[in-house]
Design a protein around this ligand. Sequence first.
Ligand code: PGA
Length: 242
Amino acid sequence: MMKIVVEKNYEDLSKVAANLVREEIEKNPKLVLGLATGSTPEGMYKELIRLHKEEGLDFSKVTTFNLDEYVGIEEEHPNSYHYFMKDILFNHINIDMNNTFIPDGQAENPEEYCKKYDKLIEEKGGIDLQILGIGENGHIAFNEPDEELNVGTSIVGLTESTIEANSRFFDSIDEVPKTAITMGIGSIMKAKKIILLANGKKKAPVIKELLKAEKITTKLPASMLLLHHDVTIILDEEAYRG
Ligand code: PGA
């Protein structure tokens, strides 16, 4: 079931999302939390840091799994998702870094590594709450629109549209990696609860498509969420109305 929540602006969306995460951590301090990168969740992370610093939200027993990482850039590179997560969240809360997992874009044996990542999620009890953004092309994590979608964590090629969208973080478009490692649609669908966030006018067309979708299609990877039993989509007015 998809529940739709529309907030006035990005700030409110971020607070509502952070509050849902807070509630889950308070219910279960050992929460297994699936995290996303990109611009969309930045405000939510900022609010989670505030909740930690000012209201004592405790991350000490929380485990996190990130959705994806670029292949071919070092963990220390400012554009890696390893770097992003430390910078935007982990360095500012009391999480045990041993309990944070991000796919390794440098793995020597990527195929084996991908299987291990899904196995590790299972060993930790599965993801309780997964945070997702959505690409303008309908991707979730780096599962790009295609004839087929991967079930498990996989190495994937990025589409031109994603490379272009993400080039804003790099000095030039040529520097954007063309390959990534991403949790598959199946890895995501196994999460007990999912929150998808989208803000801004640029996301309005894809959100419109998703909200009117009555069929699932690999051409709109986010449509797979129609099969999930507990999805909350939190939007701002711009993403909802355009
Ligand atoms: P964004 O990316 O949050 O930077 O818009 C979302 C996504 O591509 O999934």
